[in-house]
Design a protein around this ligand. Structure first.
Ligand SMILES: [Cu+2]
Length: 486
């Protein structure tokens, strides 16, 4: 399509003018999505047994992390994303046996523009042994499905065997933020194992606003269990896909950009007065996202990343699985603006992050509620779970090793109380405050503010106990305080 966007707009305004003046003359309708002007004649995919051996991800249009590179103006984008099996750390102490595009989860973000040609190739390298790692899951078939393409799935999205390479190309016809993912059955398991990413297609003339910062935020769920074969990675337990949980849509973690509370540890930088543009994709595979940023309002929301689908002044944007949005907002004043899935059950599983526009560099550990995981982490799966739960449910009132808050510092709690006492307390603090002298004394010490019942079940209580014992067994200084809230 050679006609420039400028010409389009002039012609469009002209056409409107004619319409209002009631002129009967036939004017050609100018649809920016006119199929006659789209490239819908793709060439067949090529399959070969040539094995690519270099980098797992290649192409100048790729961004590897949350910060997005500007658009590469070249109209043809050559992209390689090989598939690998590798161990990724999805939460502190949780090393998960993942499947990847480009050797990372999520895969690298591709950035292009309407009219660009994508020349894609992918070698299935799931049979390669990763350096320093003897174990990974068995090699298997994989494929690539680009939501940004209009092509025959049976041709382009074919599953390829380990060692094989598939190449295909397509032209980008619509602007948007599009998911890509592995389409090999069970698709659910391939996505839940980490095979996804985002392809950003800018409008031909660019976006109507000018942003100071651009970041990609990809929400996804992980469904994990400790390896039934008890395998270890660097002395820590390996976690594998929990096939039952994934079918029942009961995630263990819901995260942004592949890491539990990851963007709390690595906030997205911004400054007061700036306009921030987030490209938000909800991968799922099975949950919706109610994406919200605490402390500001979305000036613009472009559903699925297309400025033709514009909403103004939104608080939250609801994204089904594989839906996306570009959200833009202003940073009104210095502060840390909290990105959450406002389905708070998802946020408490790790879907939380920060846009950091604080003037003094306050450490993220100072943030209440926001779950600073310690550097030392337990190995034992129950203690790991206890630690993560503690960081999402108890930090509002407790620290561990960071001093007293509304409730006591829980460092040393297994030394001053018996397990039996602690279990009873966690199960029913209100009952203990009636019957137990030690509990009554503690209440007085804590300004007669009773701890609300946390509705914990027996396994959860055991996990907290395991975590407290792990903490108390650390040599001094080895385990960092969980939230040293001043
Ligand atoms: Cu796959």
């Amino acid at each position: 399509m050679q006609i420039s966007g400028f010409f389009y707009r002039i012609a469009f305004v002209g056409a409107l003018g004619l319409a209002v003046t009631g002129c009967k003359q036939e004017t050609p309708k100018l649809d920016p999505y006119d199929p006659a002007k789209m490239d819908l004649k793709p060439v067949p995919a090529k399959l070969s047994t040539e094995r690519h051996t270099g980098a797992f991800a290649e192409g100048s249009a790729l961004s590897m992390g949350s910060e997005l590179k500007p658009l590469d103006p070249a109209p043809v984008k050559t992209i390689r994303l090989d598939t690998t099996h590798k161990i990724v750390e999805i939460a502190p102490g949780v090393k998960f046996s993942a499947w990847t595009f480009g050797d990372q989860v999520p895969g690298p973000t591709i950035r292009a523009r309407v009219g660009d040609r994508i020349k894609f190739s992918m070698t299935n390298r799931s049979d390669e042994v990763m350096p320093g790692l003897q174990l990974s899951s068995a090699p298997m078939m994989h494929s690539m499905d680009f939501h940004a393409a209009m092509v025959s799935p049976q041709d382009k999205y074919r599953s390829v065997a380990p060692g094989q390479t598939i190449e295909f190309e397509f032209t980008l016809n619509y602007p948007g933020v599009f998911m890509f993912h592995c389409g090999t059955p069970m698709i659910l398991e391939h996505i839940a194992s980490g095979m996804y990413g985002a392809l950003i297609v800018e409008p031909r003339e660019g976006y109507p606003t000018k942003a100071d910062r651009e970041y990609v935020v990809i929400q996804s769920e992980f469904y994990v269990k400790p390896d039934p074969q008890d395998r270890k990675v660097d002395g820590q337990p390996l976690y594998v896909l929990d096939g039952d949980a994934v079918k029942k849509a009961l995630p263990s973690y819901t995260v942004f950009n592949g890491s539990h509370n990851g963007m709390v540890k690595k906030p997205l930088p911004a400054k007061p007065g700036e306009r921030v543009r987030l490209f938000v994709l909800n991968v799922g595979p099975s949950k919706t996202s109610s994406f919200h940023v605490v402390g500001t309002i979305f000036d613009r929301v472009w559903m699925d990343g297309n400025p033709d689908n514009q909403s103004r002044g939104m608080q939250t944007v609801l994204l089904g699985s594989s839906n996306a949005a570009i959200v833009e907002f202003l940073i009104p004043e210095a502060g840390q603006y909290i990105m959450v899935d406002h389905h708070f059950a998802n946020a408490s599983q790790g879907a939380i992050g920060l846009v950091d526009a604080s003037d003094k560099k306050q450490s993220a550990a100072d943030l209440e509620h926001h779950n600073m995981p310690a550097t030392a982490t337990p190995n034992e799966p129950m203690a790991v779970k206890g630690k993560l739960d503690f960081e999402s449910k108890c930090l509002a009132c407790h620290s561990i090793g960071g001093g007293r808050k509304l409730g006591p510092d829980l460092a040393g709690v297994t030394k001053r109380r018996s397990d039996d006492w602690l279990a009873k307390w966690m199960q029913s603090p209100e009952k203990m405050l009636v019957d137990d002298a030690d509990a009554k004394a503690m209440l007085k010490e804590f300004n007669n503010i009773p701890m609300p019942n946390q509705n914990l079940n027996a396994p959860e209580i055991q996990q907290y106990l395991k975590y407290f014992h792990w903490y108390d067994a650390q040599p001094a200084g080895a385990a960092q305080p969980a939230s040293a809230h001043g």
